[in-house]
Design a protein around this ligand. Structure first.
Ligand code: TTP
Ligand code: MG
Length: 229
């Protein structure tokens, strides 16, 4: 399309110096993977979906399932591994001028670790150890992010999508969990009352069914691809 060509030209022009990194954030089942799959059809975009397969199988163990079964016992285990796999994603060598990735090391900490801790399901000592790891990483390792695309949904919609897709580990998730995760996203990316936001935020309302969502992604294509931090 014309917009696509236009974006490519501008990328080539000012893309020599710096690659672009876009993180897609939003509640569980908000449509992040679908969004990334849509943009993966563009040549100059490299898409990194979430390392969830690793969280379900690290040397034969499933820390994601363990965390849902007993968060107090296994929250630290899962979140340590999530942090490692996210860092690995952030630091992997870019293969295209634009990188779009599902989530970031930031949301793993500011949303999921924070939620475990605030809901009383993570012991103080586990939270302290994870926090020191996280703070060390972001102070000593450069993790560039140019834009956050926030897929903003209502928890009820995510709840329905989650039940439809039926990931075994997630079958016991109550609506209250999605409401808490939603509020943490809102406070971080919209109200900006909780944690430092590492990049400008582009909000895309994402309650709509797939065809309309694809249309919305196209409407926002230029804004996404030409973002500069
Ligand atoms: P999401 O990162 O929200 O990914 P998703 O694939 O469910 O989202 P979408 O449908 O929008 O593509 O969550 C993946 C699963 O991992 C979910 O069960 C929540 C869990 N999780 C944690 O428990 N801790 C974390 O730090 C992260 C990032 C995810
Ligand atoms: Mg996904």
């Amino acid at each position: 399309s014309r917009t696509q060509q236009n974006c490519t030209r501008k990328l080539v022009r000012n893309g020599e110096d710096k690659k672009l990194v876009i993180c897609v954030e939003g509640n569980i089942a908000s449509g992040k993977t679908t969004c990334l799959e849509h943009f993966s059809k563009t040549n100059e975009i490299e898409v990194l979906t979430e390392p969830i397969s690793k969280w379900r199988d690290v040397q034969g163990h499933n820390p994601l399932a363990l965390m849902y079964q007993d968060p107090s016992r296994w929250g630290l285990t899962l979140q340590t591994y999530v942090q490692l796999t996210m860092l690995n994603r952030h630091l992997s060598t870019a293969s295209a001028p634009v990188r779009m990735m599902e989530r970031s090391i930031y949301s793993a900490k500011y949303i999921f670790v924070e939620n475990l801790y605030r809901s009383g399901k993570m012991p103080d000592v586990d939270f302290a150890v994870l926090s020191e790891w996280f703070d060390w990483i972001i102070q000593n390792i450069f993790i560039p992010v140019d834009l956050i695309v926030y897929l903003q949904t209502t928890p009820q919609i995510c709840y329905e999508r989650l039940k439809e897709r039926c990931r075994v580990e997630e079958t016991m998730i109550p609506i209250e969990y999605l409401e808490a995760i939603h509020q943490l996203h809102e406070d971080w990316l919209i109200n900006k009352t909780s944690f430092k936001v590492p990049a400008p935020v582009l909000v895309i309302p994402a309650d709509h069914a797939l065809p309309k969502m694809l249309h919305k992604y196209e409407e926002n294509r230029e804004k996404i691809l030409l973002a500069r931090n």
